[in-house]
Design a protein around this ligand. Sequence first.
Ligand code: FES
Length: 172
Amino acid sequence: MLATAYRLTIFRQSSLASKLTQNSFKSLRFMASAHPTAPEGYFFAGPMSAFSHETQEIFPIDTPLNKRIAIVNRKKKLSAVVNICPHQGVGLHKGECVDIEDMGITWGSAIVCASHGWSFDLETGACGNTRFVIDVHDIKVVEDNVYVSLKPKNGNIQGPRRDFGGKESDLN
Ligand code: FES
């Protein structure tokens, strides 16, 4: 019985992984709710291989919270942020990532919205242009599976947040 369950899990993961590379939101939603080994408070985002493309690749996914998340692979470090720019609701996955530098020293990485260039620190969610903050979620990698926390990890960072009801706006 246990062996059967194990085989089923492997089958689900491999077939879903191939769907994930096709950017199918529907299959991703299924993955998030179907994975049996997600740590408490986390959902399954996909196998590590799905996020190991070139750095700066960003993958939009739907979560069980109906909140769109972008997963960023920046210099081999994964980050997860809400995938809605608080300015006019454009998907942040359409943007690109840059280093945060000061006096020639690199302090971190930011995601830059493709629409009007607002940038957001991938660690704190703070905007470099305004007082807005975007939610940043914790990521755990367990046995090559990537899990994202259901709750944001940057709740202590003050600033207005706006998620447009979890939907990308038509304004872009
Ligand atoms: S919509 Fe993102 S900066 Fe304007």
